[in-house]
Design a protein around this ligand. Structure first.
Ligand code: ADP
Length: 486
């Protein structure tokens, strides 16, 4: 049992049409703390029937919510934002307990998540249209933007709070309503957000949460139900492809934020200390379990040894263990399957001749904390070059020329985040333009902010989240042609 200042945030029911509900069949999901395997709580294990009911509620609510003046929608969103900030510690505690990330990082996530709610509350009244010169003397052209309708949102476990608010805030600001399916591994953060939404005063049915152990069935309902007009998904490329295929029959609008294989490039003229700091932030946040984590570090020959030795030193400073203990930097991986995968990747590198300079094993037997691992002299035939590692493992490749590193960096089906460090401004432009990625961090390892369009190209996804572009994903453009204006 979690001890919270505000126990109302600790939920074990779903939120549908403004009512807290159990699963029809009474089934529950056990939510497990990945650090100590303790039972954190339970959430209903719902089925497609309940999802369909939630979609009906969202549809009914949409008919009203879209007609609220944008300033009124903004007021409720702002209240939700304030409640999230007031309950910051509790939300972070729930998050760390079910996800494992260090408490300080969890608090950072709550602030980041809430910042979308604040930002899009302000954007709601700024959904401007256009007036275009007509194509005849008697013609006038106007353009308006309208909410697309009911949105289905499917979110992952690595950011159990922010991946929800990043979708929900722009959708609600635009006038859409939602049915949200959080990850079965981290449903409690989603339910706590729903409690605060209830307190903020969203009308019933505007925001609905369905938790389940049967993601494929709920996914089929959200993609197949004609009342859902838009699907927004964050998760693996594999599942993103399934959902895109399933959405084809009803031609839904789809946003996908999928996997990455981020290059992190350090040129010889870079500030090496800053590059090490950026690599640490980008690689080891959330124990390497983010889709924008540096996956492959490329360092130019002349500074390779210096960079590797400084990175090795920085890694020794990391504290491993229970996220709830102050000072912890690296918590557990999310589940045994994730640990198996990281072990497989490191073993593959080891057998193919890479040097494991530090780490390379679990911190303690029968636990999911994996030691931060530094790998030198890896090669492109290793799994770590192609696969999204999703663990605290940093392979550092050596390169010689700019052309060579661009070609290595782009040699992947992914195109989400990329990073590089250097000072030559002409090269900065060349490299930033040549990287086939949706986002480029230049002399920084931290790129996520509400203010910028987050998203990928290639098999990393469709659409953008955050910034003025984020709300467009939830709007349809309508053009009106006025004739007979004599
Ligand atoms: P990860 O590898 O990060 O766990 P997934 O893509 O498996 O990513 O999971 C992201 C989200 O997608 C979770 O909420 C999960 O329950 C959901 N999910 C997994 N498989 C399906 C599916 N077939 N249809 C719909 N949602 C799914």
């Amino acid at each position: 049992m979690l001890e919270l200042k505000n126990p109302a945030l600790y939920k074990n029911q779903c939120y549908i049409n403004g009512i807290w509900e159990n699963a029809n069949n009474g089934a529950l999901i056990n939510v497990i703390n990945p650090y100590n395997n303790a039972l954190v709580g339970q959430a209903p294990d719902m089925t497609a029937d309940e999802c369909s009911k939630a979609i009906d509620a969202a549809h009914q609510a949409f008919l009203e919510w879209r007609n609220f003046p944008a300033t009124d929608r903004a007021k409720v969103l702002k209240k939700w934002y304030k409640l999230q900030m007031q309950n910051l510690d509790d939300l972070a505690k729930i998050l760390t307990s079910e996800q494992g990330k260090p408490f300080a990082e969890a608090k950072g996530e709550i602030r980041y998540g809430a910042s979308f709610v604040e930002w899009f509350a302000e954007e709601a009244p700024r959904v401007y249209g256009d007036v275009i010169p007509g194509h005849g003397r008697d013609k006038r052209i106007t353009v308006i933007k309208q909410a697309v309708g009911v949105v289905g949102a499917i979110t992952p476990w690595n950011f159990p709070n922010a991946m929800i608010t990043r979708k929900v805030a722009p959708a609600l600001a635009a006038g859409c309503t939602l049915v949200i399916k959080p990850s079965e591994l981290t449903p409690l953060s989603a339910l706590a957000l729903a409690e605060l939404a209830d307190q903020a005063g969203f009308p019933p049915g505007v925001l609905n949460i369905i938790t389940t152990n049967d993601a494929p069935s709920i996914g089929k309902e959200l993609t197949g139900n004609p009342k859902v007009k838009k699907l927004s998904f964050t998760g693996s490329t594999k599942v993103g492809k399934i959902l895109l295929r399933q959405s084809a029959d009803s031609i839904k609008k789809v946003s996908l934020e999928l996997g990455g294989n981020a290059p992190f490039i350090v040129f010889e003229d870079a500030d090496i200390d800053a590059a090490v700091e950026g690599a640490m932030a980008s690689k080891f946040r959330n124990a390497g379990q983010t889709c924008v984590c540096a996956n492959r570090v490329f360092v130019q020959e002349g500074v390779y040894e210096e960079f590797v030795s400084k990175l090795a030193k920085a890694i020794t400073q990391l504290k491993l263990g229970d996220g709830m203990i102050q000072g912890t930097n690296i918590g557990p991986l999310i589940e045994p399957k994730a640990l198996d995968f990281v072990e497989k990747i490191v073993e593959d590198a080891r057998t193919k001749g890479a040097q494991i300079l530090s780490g390379g094993k679990v911190a303690a037997p029968h636990q999911l904390v994996y030691e931060p691992t530094l790998i030198s002299h890896p090669s492109t035939d290793m799994m770590l070059f192609r696969e999204e590692i999703f663990g605290p493992v940093a392979p550092v490749f050596k390169f010689n020329t700019e052309e060579e590193v661009i070609s290595l960096a782009n040699d992947t089906q992914y195109g989400l985040a990329s990073y590089f460090y250097g000072r030559d401004y002409a090269r900065i432009w060349r490299v930033a333009e040549a990287l086939e990625y949706g986002m480029v961090g230049i002399n920084t390892g931290m790129i996520s902010t509400t203010l910028a369009p987050f998203g990928g190209i290639k098999e990393s996804g469709l659409g953008r989240e955050g910034s003025k572009y984020g709300i467009e994903e939830f709007l349809n453009i309508k053009y009106m042609c006025w004739g007979g204006v004599e």
